[in-house]
Design a protein around this ligand. Structure first.
Ligand code: FAD
Length: 472
C-alpha cells in the first residue's frame, strides 16, 4: 500500500467489484485492492477457454438497456470487439418451437392452437376484477392468465428455482419477469415489427472474445490506474472494532494476510459476509444468513464434431420432462471461427444437496444428450469432449421469508461503519451484469474523498436498485 493513501478493499472480482475498482481507482487519494477467491475475474459473468473458444458460465448477453454511461465505457474499452447481434432463440412449447424474442407471424404459425385459444379466453377474463397478488404465482396469473403460466412460467420457475410458484414471493415475479402482463408481452411482440421497434429491441451486445471480456477490460483499466488484484485469495474474516470495520483477513496460497481497510466494499454473498464478521453477528442475524438460499447451477459443455449444431443462439425448455432449462451455442453469439467444431452449453439448475451436484462428466453428458433427444434436438455427431462447471450461487431464491431474513442482515450491517454490501450476491438480487455495474458506479458517487459513505445518498441509490428488472 502506498503511504498516505486511503485503503479501500473490494471483496469479489465479478462485474460489481470490478466496476467499483475501475471507478474508485480514478481517485488519487484511494489505494484500491480487490480480493478474489477465483483465478481470474468475472464471477458468474466470466469466461474460460474450451477447445480454442472462450465460453461463458451459461448464456450471457449485454442487454441494450444498459445505462449509456456504462455502455460508453464498455465500448471505449472493447472498441470493435463489442458485437451488436440480433437475438435468435427458440422456446419449446407443448412440443412446438416458437421463436424468441416472440414475433407475430411466427406465433401465428407455430403456437399450438389450444394454447392460442387459452390465451384468448384468458385475455377476455382479465377484464374481471382482481384481488391482491402476494405470491409469484398470483402476480403472473393476474398479469398473464392461466394458460401462459401453466405452459411456460410455472414449470420453468419450478426448474429454475426448485420451488413451487405458490411458495415464491411476489417480488420474484416483479423483478424477474420483464413481460409480466399481457400488455407488456404484446409490446414485446410488437417490438419485432419494423416501425414499432424500440431502439435496441431484439438485439444484444456481445464481446467477440466471450462475455468475460467485459470483466477483463474493467480489470485492465482499473489496474492501469493503480488498483491491485489478489487472485486465489479468499476472504476469511472482516475485522471490526468499536463498530467500524478496520481490516479484512484473507487466505492465499502463500498464507494468511491482514489488509488494512478504511472502507470495505463487499460483493460476496451477503449471507457469507454476515458469517465472516468479527466480532460475530448476533444469533438472529446468523440464523437469517443460514435461511437465505441460493439456487445452484451445473453448466455442461459438449464439444461436437460439427461446424454448427443449430442456427439458434439459445433454446429454452420450460417442460418438466426436459431436465435442462436452456441450451446455448457460444459460437452463434460471438461468430468465433472454429471450423468443424462447436460447443454446446447446457444449464442445469439444482441444489448443492442434490445427487446430480456430484455426478461425473460422463453422467452429465448422458443427462444432456437424453434431454436434447426428448426435446427433439438429438445430437447426431460425435461428442469429442465433455466438461462441466458449477456455480453454487447462481440465483437467489425468494421464498416467502426471504425479505425478513435479508432485511435483518442488511439492517445489522447498516449499523457498522466502513462496510458496504452491493452487487447481485451482496444485495441478494436477480440483477443483470449492467445492473451490477450500475450499482458500482452509483457507489462511487456516494463515497467522500476520505472514503466515508454518504449514507443518505446511498439509501437513495438502493431505492433505485429496487426498480431493476431482469432482462432475459
Ligand atoms: C446462468 C446465468 C445466466 C446469466 N445471464 C446473464 C445475461 O445474459 N446478461 C446479464 O447481464 N447477466 C446475466 N447473468 C447475471 C450475471 O452473471 C450477474 O449479474 C453478474 O455476475 C453479477 O456480478 P456480481 O459482481 O454482482 O456477482 P458475481 O459475478 O457473483 O461475483 C462475485 C464474486 O465474488 C467472489 N467471491 C465470493 N466469495 C468470496 C470470498 N469469500 N472471497 C473472495 N472472493 C469471493 C466470487 O468468486 C465472484 O467472483 C446470468 C447469471 C447466470 C447464473
Amino acid at each position: 500500500m502506498q503511504p498516505g493513501r486511503i485503503p479501500i478493499v473490494i471483496l469479489g472480482a465479478g462485474p460489481a467489484g470490478l466496476g467499483a475498482a475501475y471507478r474508485l481507482s480514478r481517485h488519487e487519494a484511494f489505494d484500491v485492492t480487490v480480493v478474489e477467491r477465483g483465478a481470474g475475474v468475472g464471477g458468474n459473468a466470466g469466461s474460460f477457454p474450451l477447445a480454442g473458444m472462450q465460453v461463458d458460465y451459461g448464456s450471457h448477453r449485454l442487454h441494450p438497456s444498459c445505462a449509456p454511461e456504462i455502455l460508453t465505457d464498455i465500448r471505449g474499452m472493447l472498441g470493435d470487439g463489442l458485437l451488436d447481434r440480433p437475438r435468435h432463440g427458440r422456446i419449446r412449447l407443448r412440443g412446438r418451437w416458437v421463436h424468441f424474442p416472440l414475433k407475430p407471424a411466427d406465433l401465428a404459425l407455430h403456437l399450438p392452437p389450444a394454447f392460442l385459444a387459452g390465451v384468448a379466453v384468458d385475455t377476455v377474463r382479465k377484464l374481471a376484477p382482481r384481488g391482491r397478488a402476494d405470491t409469484f404465482a398470483a402476480v403472473l396469473q393476474q398479469g398473464l392468465g392461466p394458460t401462459i403460466c401453466r405452459d411456460f412460467y410455472f414449470p420453468y420457475a419450478r426448474k429454475i428455482w426448485g420451488v413451487d410458484p405458490e411458495l415464491l414471493e411476489a417480488e420474484q415475479a416483479r423483478r424477474r419477469v420483464s413481460a409480466g402482463s399481457l400488455l407488456k408481452m404484446a409490446r414485446k411482440v410488437l417490438n419485432a415489427v419494423p416501425g414499432f421497434k424500440k431502439k435496441g429491441g431484439g438485439r444484444f451486445y456481445y464481446p467477440k472474445d466471450g462475455f468475460g471480456a467485459i470483466s477483463e477490460a474493467y480489470r485492465q483499466a482499473a489496474e492501469a490506474r493503480g488498483a491491485s488484484f489478489l487472485f486465489r485469495t479468499t476472504v476469511a474474516g472482516v475485522e471490526a472494532a468499536g463498530g467500524t470495520v478496520r481490516a479484512v483477513h484473507v487466505s492465499a496460497p502463500d498464507g494468511v494476510r491482514r489488509l488494512d481497510a478504511r472502507q470495505t466494499l463487499s460483493t460476496i454473498p451477503v449471507s457469507q459476509l454476515a458469517r465472516l464478521m468479527d466480532p460475530a453477528a448476533p444469533d438472529a442475524v446468523q440464523a437469517s444468513a443460514c435461511a437465505l438460499k441460493f439456487r445452484a447451477m451445473i453448466l455442461i459443455y459438449l464439444l461436437l464434431e460439427t461446424a454448427q449444431f443449430t442456427e439458434y443462439d439459445a433454446h429454452y425448455f420450460p417442460d418438466a420432462d426436459v431436465l435442462i432449462t436452456r441450451l446455448s451455442e457460444p459460437k452463434n453469439y460471438s461468430l468465433a471461427p472454429n471450423p468443424g467444431r462447436t460447443v454446446l452449453c447446457a444449464e442445469l439448475p439444482c441444489s448443492v444437496d442434490d445427487p446430480v451436484w456430484r455426478a461425473s462428466d460422463q453422467e452429465l453428458r448422458d443427462l444432456v444428450t437424453q434431454a436434447l433427444e426428448r426435446a427433439g434436438l438429438p445430437v447426431r455427431c460425435r461428442v469429442l469432449e465433455v466438461s462441466s462447471r458449477k456455480l453454487s450461487q447462481a440465483y437467489p431464491i425468494y421464498t416467502q421469508d426471504y425479505r425478513a431474513n435479508f432485511e435483518r442482515i442488511d439492517q445489522w450491517l447498516d449499523g457498522i461503519e466502513g462496510i458496504v454490501t452491493f452487487g447481485r450476491q451482496g444485495l441478494f438480487a436477480h440483477d443483470n451484469t449492467h445492473h451490477a455495474l450500475a450499482m458500482a458506479y452509483a457507489l462511487d458517487g456516494c463515497l467522500g474523498s476520505d472514503g466515508s459513505l454518504d449514507r443518505k445518498a446511498w439509501t437513495g441509490c438502493r431505492r433505485e436498485f429496487e426498480k431493476h428488472v431482469v432482462e432475459d
